[in-house]
Design a protein around this ligand. Sequence first.
Ligand SMILES: [Zn+2]
Length: 566
Amino acid sequence: MKKMPYLSIALSVSLSVTSVFAIAQAGDSADEAAGKQWWAHVQVLADDSMRGRRTGSAEYLKAAAYVVDQFKSYGLEPAGVDGGWYQPVKFDVQRVLAEKSSISLMVDGKATPLVLGEDAILGTRLAQPKQIEAPLVFIGYGLHLPEAKYDDFDSAEVPWASLKGKIVVYVNGGPADLPGPLKSFARTSPFLKALRDAGVIGMISIPTPKSMDFGWQRVASSASQPGMRLAETPDGAAVAKLHPALADDHGEMFSATFNPGEAEKLFAGTGHTFAELLALADAQKVLPHFSLSKSLRAIVSTEVTHVESPNIAAKLTGADPKLKAQYVLVSAHLDHLGVGTPIHGKTIYAGAMDDASGVATVLEVARKFGEAKVRQKRSMLFLVFTAEEKGLLGSRYFAGYPTVPEKDITADLNLDMFMPIFPLKKLHVQGLEQSTLAEEAKAVGAEHHIEIAGDPEPDRNSFIRTDQYSFVQAGVPALAFKFGWTAGSPEYKAWREWLAQRYHSTDDDLTQPVDLVAAAQFNAYLADVARKVADDASAPHYLDSSFFKRFENERYAKTSVTAPIQ
Ligand SMILES: [Zn+2]
């Protein structure tokens, strides 16, 4: 274990906390010991021998077995399928063979080859067509939001009907006057549906440098990673039947990401420059729509295989005769990127923060509940997901096929890179503005002397980029937690540096600095929030002002699900 620079920082907040969970010793040494106990899980899960816990790998199963052993030792019961701890999930795996693939721009029948990796990378998630040649058309942000009377798929210059058979090109982001959650939602299933409905046959996204967590080099190296989808049969189809929003798309759709540093190539000869469009996008202004007066020709070679990899579920039955039928979920994802392109001479993507740290917190919270002298009222369900890195697939499968009755899921508290890399004074809680769970998050924050704030960077789309969103789509109130900062502060700098240097890099490993005291304080906070939700007489619900209320309405519109007593 490397030096941990923050370990000795003294904070006394734990003394005044009115936690129902036993604190072995008052004071900082208790936090330190609890922090080490938490870190010990990370040390196991992010060890080189786990080889990055890739979904479908033997090492993922080894990590899963460790998690199950811990749950058992805390006295929890299995809550997977067939009385076991696991819920197996089947996946289709697509690898793009870049060396056998090619793309070129076609102007007046003349081909200009592009370099894969430098100019663009091919998408691995959606099924790629073997061969395609089609005109390119620029559709601004690519947002289809008829309900907000905003539609990049249907403009005066490029009407809906003209998109049939085309490849659309769009930049990330959106105009400032559209609400953040709506823009985020538009990037999920409605986007693919709009492409299909308009008869579009391919898409090229251009990330804006401002929206990128790391440089193009890292984006390009991720192209060697295979993409995954929930397997089509038999379970994929059944998921589609249960939850349209959670279904996976299996039709062919050409997809690529273009290097913003090379994107002028796409706009040459159109009377527009990428620089001009980027300036508009950075200012969140409305973008023009126009034909790129060229086509893209692509030959895409792929290899499709199949794997199975399990979610893990453990429960602790509640004490209240009525409320124990309901479940409060605490979740994180176990999978990471496996072994890949070397960065700094290392090939193992250990995923210590992403998300061994979150799994370790699920374990420590489970331990606190298991050891509590007074049992909580509702039942607790501790969930550890597979295939988050592949598009939230494990959680989507669970939300579609819960191992407890769907109507009895009360709330989800999710952890994904909660980032204990500096002292805990503030938390950024995603979803805070959406549901009554904010009350518990804030009340416990006040007890722990932690400032509770909403997501300061809604345009990073974090709320839809991790597993809680699967539950949001299923109408379940959810929160996700991250260490907070103030813009321009040293904490902010540490967070941005972490993203640039370590996020999805081989440097997210056991040698990085971590604040064990802060991690322990966070775990204590989270356990108290979970406990408060579990003990509350009334179940949480979405606010009428929330964009996501629609999913809750859909949930309760189903005959099998009844609304909680409010
Ligand atoms: Zn990740």
